[in-house]
Design a protein around this ligand. Structure first.
Ligand code: NDP
Length: 331
């Protein structure tokens, strides 16, 4: 059985030597109520960076020398639990291990005939829920409004933009390459895309793409990109603060534009959220996302990296934008 533990808390950008690969010869014995799982897909997500630090957050930090956990799809290969049988597939927060024992708590059965198994880590999993809940609950989109999305070609961002289009908004995406900007328009139906790496004056570019101003900003990245969007907000704008990947690797507390005057003069709302705040609307979210998928109104991209040993590399690559859509590791 292979596992990956956190060896060292990353300083700045995570590196492979922050992780340790372990391998043990173990016969896993099941007690009554337990099941044996074999890992099929592992989700790597930017928020895991926060859990690798020991700073206080909404979720406790990973412990050193203990396996890292993230969203995982696993196959039940043996079961002494009446709720799960051999051959079932489940999703849950599980260890970065090739095989593990679970008591079934927190596991959900997933059906590979309804959607590909990896989709339960993305569009029909945590990132799809994040997009739907953040946009609907805080963004409160109305047809005809203008929505700007940062991190737009990523797992959350690409879904946010498409929901915006389904609801009749003008949608502008910000991403880190010309290829991603093209994908935003050709695959995900965004009206405009901006490559933040090659655009010198982001505030001017946003103004040009959003001539009527910005009503909703769905922020995945923070930092100077978000400051540029804030210069262009309208009265009663809603700023959905989903993530801030551009500052996750900072070693000093960030300082930047003081946005308060923009919020005051525009009576704008800026609100952060954690997807689990909205658990009561998950059933509605999954039902809407599944319906739109079936109707071909919604599509998704995945970057699938193969091999258990590549999990840390796939995680690190999130911070240099190697992924289009959801980054997933297939075991
Ligand atoms: P993504 O699929 O968007 O992957 C990360 C992307 O971020 C990369 O592809 C890269 O795209 C972009 N990026 C990396 N570094 C920078 C940088 N310095 N400046 C600007 N962009 C950068 O990840 P997710 O969709 O899973 O997550 C998106 C955001 O949502 C994250 O901030 C995450 O923490 C947050 N999140 C929040 C949740 C919540 O409950 N609030 C739940 C889930 C996610 P590019 O090539 O465009 O630079």
């Amino acid at each position: 059985i292979k596992s990956i533990v956190l060896k060292k808390r990353p300083e700045g950008q995570p590196i492979v030597s922050d992780f340790e690969f372990k391998s043990e010869d173990l016969e896993l014995e099941l007690k009554e109520g337990e099941l044996l799982l074999e890992t099929s897909y592992v989700s790597v997500d930017p928020y895991l960076r926060g859990r690798m630090s020991d700073a206080k957050s909404y979720i406790p930090p990973f412990e050193l020398n203990q396996p890292i956990q993230s969203g995982v799809i696993a196959k039940v290969i043996d079961s002494k639990n009446d709720d799960f049988k051999e051959g079932d597939y489940v999703s849950g927060m599980l260890d970065w291990k090739t095989k593990q024992v679970s008591n079934g708590e927190g596991l959900l059965k997933v059906d590979g005939n309804i959607a590909p198994l990896s989709a339960y880590l993305g569009i029909l999993g945590m990132t799809g829920l994040t997009a739907y809940c953040g946009l609907m609950q805080i963004g409160k989109p109305k047809s005809g409004e203008t929505l700007v999305v940062s991190g737009a070609a990523g797992a959350v961002g690409s879904v946010v933009g498409q929901i915006g289009k389904i609801l009749g908004l003008r949608v502008i995406g910000i991403a880190g390459s010309d290829e991603k900007v093209e994908l935003l328009k050709s695959k995900f139906g965004f009206d405009e895309g901006i490559n933040y790496k090659t655009t010198k004056n982001m505030a001017a570019a946003i103004k040009e793409a959003a001539p009527k101003g910005v009503d909703i900003y769905f922020d995945n990245v923070g930092g100077p990109i978000s400051d540029a969007v804030l210069f262009n907000i309208n009265r009663f704008a809603r700023l959905v603060i989903c993530g801030a990947i551009s500052v996750y690797n900072n070693t000093e507390l960030p300082t930047g534009l003081s946005v308060q005057p923009f919020l005051v003069k525009n009576s704008a709302l800026m609100q952060g959220f954690i997807v689990s705040n909205y658990a009561e609307i998950f059933p509605e979210a999954i039902s809407e996302l599944s319906k739109w998928l079936k109707e071909d109104k919604l599509t998704y991209s995945e970057t699938i990296v193969e091999g258990f040993d590549n999990i840390p590399y796939a995680f690190i690559d999130l911070f240099v934008g190697k992924n289009k859509g959801k980054m997933v590791v297939k075991i």
